[in-house]
Ligand binder design. Sequence first.
Ligand code: PGA
Length: 255
Amino acid sequence: MRTPLIAGNWKMFTTASEATTWARALLEDLASDPVRGVDLALHVPFTHLAPLAPILRDTAVALGAQDVSAHAEGAHTGEVSAAMLKDVGTRTVVVGHSERRADHGESDELVLAKAAAVMAADMVPVVCVGELEAERAAGRHEDVVVAQLRGSLAGLSPARADQLVVAYEPVWAIGTGRTATAADAQAMCALTRQVLHELFGETGTAVRVLYGGSVKPGNAAELFAQADIDGGLVGGASLDRDSYLAIARAARSNA
Ligand code: PGA
């Protein structure tokens, strides 16, 4: 039985002071109406981590970062290491988001090194994969995603399934309002699970596979009802507290 995870991805939105007000209000909402049986995480800009850490410590909401350096330390101007993230209370780290793959040319090899750095620092990587629109139109989406999964995950060694999360996010659905159909999302998440089994055996089967790409309160329940979708990586809709909570509650009703 996999506990659903609703992981917000705030991208480059909000200031740290807005985020602390937001997080306090979220915890008040959760105190009056808890979302039981669902894990929550928020992946925020680096500047927000330290101010959010004392607010989210020992709560149901895991503090997350959106990227990390593959290097342990050194002359890497502008980079932030896994140890630095861990030190301020980060619990999960998104790696290989399609915006980083596209904007910063991140390869599967680099994503793998980042995921390994996150795991070595005892945090959870949320490893993202997903095909471009042209790849789907050409019928290559399965091959592309399988290759990304193997390239970004092979060699990691999670001792437990809760040490790794994978997010399938078709690039054409991110921030566009065009969600994959529940059936297509399910098919790709089932394929992802097969590759996880191939790579990690039974541990892989228990790894949570999230769907991402225009998840909203109106489509969340149908997506999360699919057998191989264990929650969502939610961008735009996670910035609005009511819609983030509505999406989390949609996961609870399918848990
Ligand atoms: P979106 O973003 O929900 O705004 O489509 C998802 C993501 O980029 O993780």
